[in-house]
Design a protein around this ligand. Structure first.
Ligand SMILES: CC(C)(COP(=O)(O)OP(=O)(O)OC[C@H]1O[C@@H](n2cnc3c(N)ncnc32)[C@H](O)[C@@H]1OP(=O)(O)O)[C@@H](O)C(=O)NCCC(=O)NCCS
Length: 373
């Protein structure tokens, strides 16, 4: 007999509505998971951010399915009535075959079949939205050691402990480990002279054809088209192993819509790019986002050097310059968290040089479903 059932959380009408107990619970589940894997809550979404992200909008759809105790008739009135969550993210502009999934069950309610029931409900949604590939990322305190039984990434690199609950769970459901990502953290402040020395070294290799362009907040009108092109390339040029993700379609309108979304979610962008002066294109960029609710934290987002401009130290140039800009404008930030594919050697080399320390490893799991006839 099940003492729980699965219900869908209604999408909020606006980004600033008060979070319902369901959103409070999802945030608690993410925070508990953070404490278990990395020992902190820096990576968990507060309820207000979850609400803002779940408002229906053009480019992607977020669905939260929750397992509630069976005394709940409709929606929970207390966060404690929520035992677990399955969060789905469905891209709408491109990759309409794809769904991203995360399942979390409160530690006190695991091994009761709740995770599997959440997956069954999520699979229904995935198929009814015409999606045939599902991928999910699991977090682990570290890679499997040589002495431990491991699951090896099929198409990328890295190994996850076979005995970790997430690995057992994902494999039982039929998912394959395709890739691993390193989650690393850079602790701030860094000596300003060291940062400046990195930037000057990189600028001297890059030469006078490249000039730094920086901003905080929304993308200036002048760079919207360039940002669209950089974001498109980010979807094709980053190592993806056999994760079934296709090229994203970007235009200036989508760049601007994403700026709106970040603002609604309480995230501020801090960006550094390198303009190739003779052609006026942005040859490289990197940006971090700062959550207003966690003033000591920054999340590293995209970093990319266009293929035709690689080998000119632009990666180090934009990254060092962006940390300088961050230290100058937001000196309260103490930690930058970043994620890199295990096989992304050039990016990892820059991060290691800058002092990023590995904090966790994530497994990228994928399952291909048979479409409904
Ligand atoms: C992974 C997680 C969601 C599993 O939830 P759960 O409710 O405990 O899972 P279920 O009870 O439905 O178990 C489903 C299957 O996985 C197996 N399983 C799950 N956790 C296990 C563990 N720790 N040890 C052995 N088997 C385990 C179950 O035996 C069951 O197999 P079966 O149906 O063939 O008997 C839960 O441990 C969790 O929330 N972990 C933290 C978040 C996370 O890592 N999410 C996964 C992202 S991919």
């Amino acid at each position: 007999m099940n003492a729980y059932r699965i219900v869908e959380v209604p999408a909020p009408a606006a980004a600033d509505v008060t979070p319902t107990p369901a959103y409070l619970a999802i945030s608690e589940i993410e925070a508990e998971h953070g404490r278990e894997t990395v020992g902190h809550e820096d990576l968990a979404d507060p309820p207000e951010r979850l609400v803002a992200a779940a408002v229906p909008q053009r480019h992607s759809r977020h669905i939260h399915l929750i397992a509630v105790s069976d005394d709940v008739t409709d929606q929970p009135s207390e966060p404690a009535q929520v035992l677990g969550v399955a969060s789905l993210d469905l891209p709408m502009d491109d990759n309409t075959h794809f769904a991203e999934l995360w399942i979390g069950v409160r530690a006190a309610h695991r091994r009761r079949g709740i995770g599997r029931e959440l997956w069954r409900a999520a699979e229904e949604h995935v198929l009814s939205h015409g999606r045939t590939t599902v991928a999910g990322w699991s977090a682990h305190g570290g890679e499997a050691t040589e002495a431990e039984e491991a699951v090896h990434a099929e198409s990328g690199v890295g190994r996850i402990r076979a005995a970790d609950a997430a690995a057992i769970f994902a494999r039982r459901l039929g998912f394959t480990l395709e890739q691993t990502e390193r989650q690393s953290t850079l602790r701030l402040p860094i000596d300003p002279q060291t940062l400046q020395a990195w930037r000057l070294e990189a600028q001297s290799v890059a030469g006078q054809d490249y000039r730094l362009v920086q901003w905080v907040g929304r993308t200036p009108e002048r760079w919207l088209e360039e940002m669209a092109e950089l974001n498109r390339r980010m979807s094709t040029d980053v190592p993806m192993a056999d994760l079934d993700m296709q090229e994203e379609s970007w235009d200036a309108g989508r760049v601007s819509d994403y700026d709106d979304r970040r603002e609604l979610r309480g995230m501020q962008t801090v960006l550094s790019a390198a303009e190739h002066v003779p052609t006026g294109v942005l040859a490289a960029y990197t940006f971090v986002v700062l959550p207003r609710d966690k003033p000591e934290v920054a999340y590293q987002e995209n970093t990319l050097v266009r293929a035709e401009h690689r080998g000119n130290r632009l990666g180090l140039l934009v990254k060092a310059a962006n940390v300088e800009q961050l230290a100058d404008r937001f000196p309260q930030v103490r930690r930058i968290h970043t994620w890199n594919a295990g096989e992304n050697e050039h990016m990892l080399a820059i991060n290691i040089r800058m002092g990023f320390q590995v904090a966790a490893v994530e497994g990228a799991w994928q399952l291909r479903l048979t479409p409904r006839g």
